[in-house]
Design a protein around this ligand. Structure first.
Ligand code: ATP
Ligand code: MG
Length: 396
């Protein structure tokens, strides 16, 4: 018998027309996540199986628990055949090395030509366990251990432990989005939620040196690294935003600074998204959280782009966003006290209900189009893969 991890993908199987694409994306994601670990991945009737060297299983399991589209991971043993005698023998060895007082056996047959029904197999094997281990009994309602038997065409499987996976869809199976990633709490969570829906994420950060420091940028890189543990890699676009911010500060009324700044961010985001084949912008806006996130503000900001904007945390309470940030381990990084690009932009009374025509009027005070063009042209791209970062500057 050989140790094996069995992967189940739940929600995928409801997407009938796309199923093959979903499965091949999941397979690719698993393959690239486990590359270099000597893992062998096979596929059989709605399941995937991973085998490797004994000492690698723990690390493989940990990695699989970061892959969207996996519903459940089961750790077990594959037998050479599905012959009942072989299953009995293996089971006797396995139960002897485990400590439990109550158990039940559950059997599934995908091979319907098998000479016994599932119930018969469970009964026979339950009897075998009782006979070969002392002081134990069957408890069908609350067993300490459930022994799962699967009978497939060529092999039998014995499983003990089932671990819940992340669920969702395989990253990339639903196209790509551009995540506006700040150093705050909300946007990494928004990115995680989009990834969970199968959207591959490229990230975009607006950097405003010297108003924002290298440490603030590194914080964003750190957050992108965290997100890359769920997606294999993240391409981070860094936009030099200082000139635009300073032009806004110099030319526009203070209560409109943030609104206009965010309209510039959206314009740039749309261009970067189009250039990289991202179909949507994703960001961490949450209704009512700050002045720029009232519905009127969001509409005035959104008015400058045609691309759809997805706001995964729009309707979540901050406390729930924080809980998610802790779960995905971005929280501790997000709360590091580095300034963000709004620091030079904190008007005493930011407008809560900005008027689009006013924004347009203020924006004519300076040639923002050429500044936006320049900023897009001078983007720096950092590819973050398995914790390694590579930097490229693109001057188009
Ligand atoms: P966060 O906690 O994600 O920083 P926030 O509550 O601070 O969000 P804002 O500063 O208004 O809210 O930003 C709203 C959203 O705009 C952010 O969630 C993020 O998606 C985007 N954003 C803000 N600043 C930047 C930046 N410097 N670079 C990239 N995206 C940004
Ligand atoms: Mg912020």
């Amino acid at each position: 018998m050989k140790k094996i991890l069995m992967i189940k993908y739940g929600e995928l199987t409801t997407k009938k027309e796309n199923i093959n694409f979903f499965i091949s994306t999941l397979k690719e994601n698993i393959k690239s996540t486990l590359s270099g670990m000597g893992a062998n991945i096979t596929y059989d009737k709605g399941r995937m199986f991973v085998t490797s060297e004994e000492e690698k299983y723990e690390e493989i399991e940990e990695k699989l628990l970061h892959i969207f589209g996996i519903h459940e991971i089961t750790i077990g043993y594959e037998l050479k055949s599905c012959n009942l005698e072989e299953i009995k023998e293996a089971l006797i060895t396995l139960v002897q090395s485990r400590d439990f007082k109550t158990f039940k056996v559950e059997t599934k047959r995908s091979d319907k030509s098998y000479p016994y029904t599932s119930l018969e197999v469970s009964k026979i094997l339950g009897g075998v366990v009782l006979k070969n281990k002392e002081n134990i009994r069957v408890d069908v309602h609350h067993p300490e251990v459930t022994i799962y038997i699967e009978i497939r065409t060529s092999h039998g499987y014995i499983y003990f432990d089932r671990i819940k996976g992340l669920g969702g869809y395989p990253v990339g199976s639903l196209g790509k989005g551009l995540l506006m990633l700040s150093g705050g709490i909300d946007s990494p969570v928004a990115g995680y939620l989009a990834l969970k829906r199968g959207v591959r994420i490229e990230a975009l950060y607006f950097d405003s040196p010297p108003h924002t420091s290298e440490a603030a940028k590194n914080k964003v890189i750190e957050l992108a690294k965290k997100l890359s543990t769920y997606s294999g890699y993240v391409k981070l676009h860094v936009i030099y935003f200082t000139e635009i911010q300073e032009a806004i500060l110099k030319n526009c009324p203070h209560e409109y600074l943030i609104t206009i700044m965010r309209r510039m961010m959206y314009r740039i985001a749309e261009q970067i998204a189009n250039r990289n084949n991202a179909k949507v912008i994703v960001n961490g806006e949450s209704i009512g959280q700050v002045a720029s996130q009232t519905l009127t503000s969001m509409a005035a900001i959104n008015a400058v782009v045609r691309i759809p904007v997805i706001r995964p945390v729009a309707c979540l309470d901050k406390i729930d966003i924080i809980e998610l940030a802790k779960k995905i381990e971005t929280y501790e990084t997000s709360i590091l006290p580095f300034e963000d690009c709004c620091t030079i932009f904190v008007p005493d009374h930011p407008v809560i209900n900005p008027i689009v025509s006013k924004c347009e009027e203020y924006e004519t005070a300076f040639d923002f189009e050429s500044l936006v063009k320049k900023a897009v042209k001078e983007e720096v791209v950092i590819k973050i893969e398995k914790g390694i970062k590579e930097e490229h500057q693109f001057i188009l």
